[in-house]
Write a protein that binds this ligand. Structure first.
Ligand code: SDX
Length: 385
């Protein structure tokens, strides 16, 4: 075994097939079940894309109506889940809140299953569980932001589709069509991205025949990290730190001198730019015009051009989505929970795929610790010889 045999971070290692999505850095493209994500973001509701990820095909009108009906039925924040959230410190990190809420839902929904061999559930049960989590996460995320602001829960509205209802439950105001469209696009762009760290975490947990809720809870833990989903929150922290475009150069000089990672830039797979960025940047531009905030665009573009010219490292999806969510009115700490609400579709599609063709995921390691040695004075008894 030599150092070159070790693929730290599993960089460049292909571990399995997936039919859910194709990330292609050569052509800088992303396909969900064969469809370019740009086409889906421009033409589909997030509900239709969820159906595509779970079932492999875009829904018929009847199938979309059925999914919408089911999603509406499960939108309400369960009183037991609200009680769990209310039991947490009001300044608990929202990703910890969401992770705890999903775990509580899992404990409630699998109560009574006393034999661990029955934990995994059937494909039909797990599709139902996926739809319920897809439906419940908006209320969990929206309530989390309102609770931190000292506001009450806003009940879901049955006359609104997924994106408009999510905004309604967060802000308690009639959502603006421009914002609904930008939000819908962001959820589609965030929905799925092959074997990223959180999705692979979900697949590892699923591979032991553990339950879907355990897999999603683990995935939320992985997504929280600033090298992964937490980057969209971290992008706003650095843009706030910079303040305005005139401060970009001195800020970047100092940040690079300290060898800081500039959040929202770089990617393990895409090396010449993230395929999703142009679509999300266009949504951001729409919001900049809608709210008349040219300062946001100027800071965004100045930092991007300065960093790319110096390091040749390009923005990822988290870079445009941070300022976009900020303009929509979401608190910075709510950004990564929004990523959870979108990625629950990709995570559960991968969980279903892993269950359908499972093998326990257990890689090897190369030992580089002390050679074998023995405890002083130990004398093995007869039975051990
Ligand atoms: C997501 O995998 C997915 O698909 C994830 C995701 C999804 O949809 O699920 O796309 C979502 O997580 C996007 C990434 C969000 N994370 C960030 O924005 C955090 C900042 N980015 C970096 O931490 C970094 O770019 C990573 C972690 C995303 C990827 O890094 P790699 O592939 O592990 O490469 P690396 O960290 O070894 O970087 C290679 C070089 C290093 O320089 P040297 O040490 O070799 O001199 O590039 C430098 C790095 O320091 N570098 C950066 C940088 N990204 C890479 N330097 C400063 N700022 C950065 N952002």
């Amino acid at each position: 075994m030599t150092d070159t045999d070790i693929k730290k971070g599993l960089a460049g290692v292909v571990v399995d097939y997936t039919a859910v999505s194709k990330v292609n850095p050569e052509t800088n493209s992303l396909l969900y079940r064969g469809y370019p994500v740009q086409e889906l973001a421009a033409t589909q509701s997030f509900e239709a894309v969820a159906h595509l990820l779970w079932h492999g095909e875009l829904p018929s009108d009847a199938q979309l109506a059925e999914l919408r009906e089911s999603e509406r039925q499960h939108r309400a924040l369960l009183p037991s889940v609200k009680a769990v959230i209310d039991g947490l410190p009001v300044d608990a990190h929202p990703m910890d809140e969401v992770r705890t809420a999903v775990s509580a839902i899992g404990a409630e929904e699998t109560a009574g299953i006393s034999n661990v061999l029955d934990a995994v559930g059937s494909p039909e049960e797990n599709l139902e569980r996926s739809i319920r989590l897809f439906a419940q996460l908006p209320a969990i995320v929206a309530y989390g932001q309102r609770r931190r602001r000292g506001l009450d829960l806003v009940e879901a509205r049955d006359d609104l589709d997924y994106a408009a209802n999510f905004l309604w439950q967060t802000f308690g105001e009639e959502p603006d069509e421009v914002v609904v469209d930008a939000f819908n696009r962001s959820m589609i762009l965030y929905a799925e991205h092959s074997f990223n760290a959180s999705t692979f975490t979900a697949r590892v947990i699923t591979s032991t025949l553990s339950d879907l809720y355990s897999a999603v809870t683990g995935a939320i833990g992985a997504l929280k990290g600033p090298l992964h989903g937490g980057a969209n929150e971290a992008v706003l922290h650095i843009l706030t730190e910079i303040g305005d475009a005139s401060n970009v150069v001195p800020w970047l000089d100092a940040a690079l001198a300290e060898k800081r990672k500039i959040m929202g830039f770089g990617h393990r797979v895409y090396k010449k730019g993230d395929s999703r960025v142009p679509t999300m940047k266009a949504a951001l531009d729409t919001l900049v015009a809608h709210y008349d905030r040219p300062d946001v665009a100027e800071l965004y573009e100045t930092l991007e051009s300065e960093f790319v010219s110096r390091k040749g490292i390009y923005p990822n999806l988290d870079y445009p989505s941070g300022p976009a969510y900020s303009l929509m009115g979401f608190d910075t700490l709510t950004f990564t929970p929004l990523f959870v609400a979108a990625r629950i579709t990709g995570w559960t599609a991968h969980i279903l795929e892993q269950q359908a063709s499972n093998a326990l995921i257990r890689p090897l390691s190369a030992y580089n610790g002390p050679d074998e040695r023995h405890v002083e004075g130990y004398v093995p008894d007869e039975a051990e010889l």
